[in-house]
Write a protein that binds this ligand. Structure first.
Ligand code: SF4
Ligand code: SF4
Length: 409
């Protein structure tokens, strides 16, 4: 796809990156087949190829309209199109740049902007935890959609306190510790069983994805810098990796280097963070033999369906790793249709585009339940809360299941 950059974007590194990405597109349209929003709307502009054209038009100085924004906002950033594309079009970075320049060319209404800032503050700030606790107390009074998004409280359980030679940093995150503290507790116990100590940096917080995807670029970069400052002493003291047990956050960590490459004070450190970032499954997969040994003594396997989050399979490009671990630990995994498609969670998408999100949720649950699982596992807190179905099949993080499967020696 040829792009003639408008003068206002010349000399900008993000615009130059967008042009490089767009040039790889050969208009074949293969990506449309795996795009969830194209499947729902059947409109070229709600598919990847149409969105590429919209970004190209903005870069070429064509007028930016509310329609341009509508179609970009409807994108889930699931990156299924990136996996499908035979030409290697890096759609994820492109849509981020596209949204940024659209917001510059056509600023959002101040109230809409305020709503986005408030949403990010509510999800990442200190009041989220008490709000979750309050919501649990008054659960019965909440509308069904909010009740579903509020998983039943599970105790975190005992924290390991053994020292090990191998040490990793664990990203605590923002939403997950309040909604499901049992997930990171399970990660820490599994790592302990594998002879790996997990370190936490108390002053680290949200990975930055929430603000980044809401278009709050500068405050998102501040999140990144705060985390780098919090982690750096532990990195220098020999932490071998930075672990995420929410694959959405893992995808964000991989972007620290590219996002801060023009920041002289942080570029090198940010690149190192991205290099050290690992999804929890990558570390456990390297210990699959030990996992199988630890799980061998435990009872019969369950009928399990594993829903791979888009951030895991398309963002981090980690496909099949969790499934191999689960099988090694004795799970009987059930095949189901359209595993590549998004469940509609997609960070704050479920709040900002509720109708599309609910449609995708219904489709995903129908596909999962057709396999008649006893348990649904996933790898990202967003998908887990999105697929939770009161009275339906329980949905949990795979590391929690593994924690219960293996004996901690
Ligand atoms: S990121 Fe997902 S929703 Fe957006 S264009 Fe690609 S496949 Fe479609
Ligand atoms: S599959 Fe890739 S090359 Fe083909 S239209 Fe989509 S983005 Fe362009």
């Amino acid at each position: 796809m040829q792009v003639t950059l408008d003068t206002r974007y010349q000399g900008r590194s993000d615009a130059a990156e967008a042009v490089d990405i767009l040039r790889r597109c050969v208009h074949c349209g293969f990506c449309s087949a795996t795009c969830p929003t194209y499947q729902i709307f059947g409109d070229e502009l709600d598919g990847p190829r149409g969105r590429l054209y919209l970004v190209k038009q903005v870069l070429e100085g064509e007028p930016t309209t509310a329609r341009t924004r509508l179609h970009l906002d409807r994108c889930l950033t699931c990156r299924a199109c990136e996996t499908t594309c035979p030409s290697g079009v890096a759609y994820g970075p492109l849509i981020d740049i596209g949204r940024k320049i659209v917001d510059e060319a056509l600023p959002r209404h101040p109230l809409a902007r305020l709503g986005r800032i408030a949403l990010a503050a509510a999800l990442t700030g200190p009041f989220f935890r008490p709000a979750v606790a309050l919501g649990r107390v008054f659960r019965g009074l909440l509308p069904a959609s909010l009740r579903r998004a509020l998983p039943a409280k599970r105790a975190a359980g005992p924290m390991p306190d053994r020292r090990h030679v191998r040490r990793v940093l664990l990203l605590a995150g923002c939403v997950q510790p309040s909604l499901s503290p049992s997930i990171s507790a399970a990660t820490r116990r599994v790592f302990d069983a594998l002879g790996i100590e997990t370190l936490l940096a108390p002053s680290a917080g949200c990975c930055g994805a929430i603000r980044h995807h809401l278009g709050e670029t500068q405050s998102a970069l501040d999140d990144l810098r705060r985390n780098i400052d919090a982690w750096w002493p532990l990195i220098e003291s020999g932490a071998e990796a930075i672990i995420t047990d929410a694959s959405g956050c893992g995808t964000m960590l991989k972007d620290y280097g590219p996002l801060l490459r023009d920041d002289l004070a942080y570029a090198t450190k940010a690149a190192r963070v991205s290099e050290l970032a690992r999804d929890v499954s990558e570390v456990v997969a390297a210990e699959t033999g030990r996992v199988a040994e630890l799980a061998a003594q435990r009872g019969v396997s369950q009928r399990i369906a594993f829903h791979p989050p888009c951030s895991l399979q398309h963002g981090l490009k980690l496909r099949g790793g969790v499934e191999s671990i689960l099988r090694a630990a004795g799970a009987s995994l059930l095949p189901f249709a359209d595993t590549h498609l998004c469940c509609g969670s997609a960070g704050t998408y479920s709040l900002l585009q509720p109708a599309v999100s609910q449609e995708l949720r219904s489709r995903k649950l129908a596909a999962l339940n057709a396999a008649q699982p006893e348990l649904i596992l996933s790898a990202n807190i967003g998908c887990i809360t999105q697929l939770a179905d009161e009275g339906g099949v329980p949905v949990r993080h795979w590391i929690e299941w593994l924690d219960e499967r293996i004996k901690n020696p």
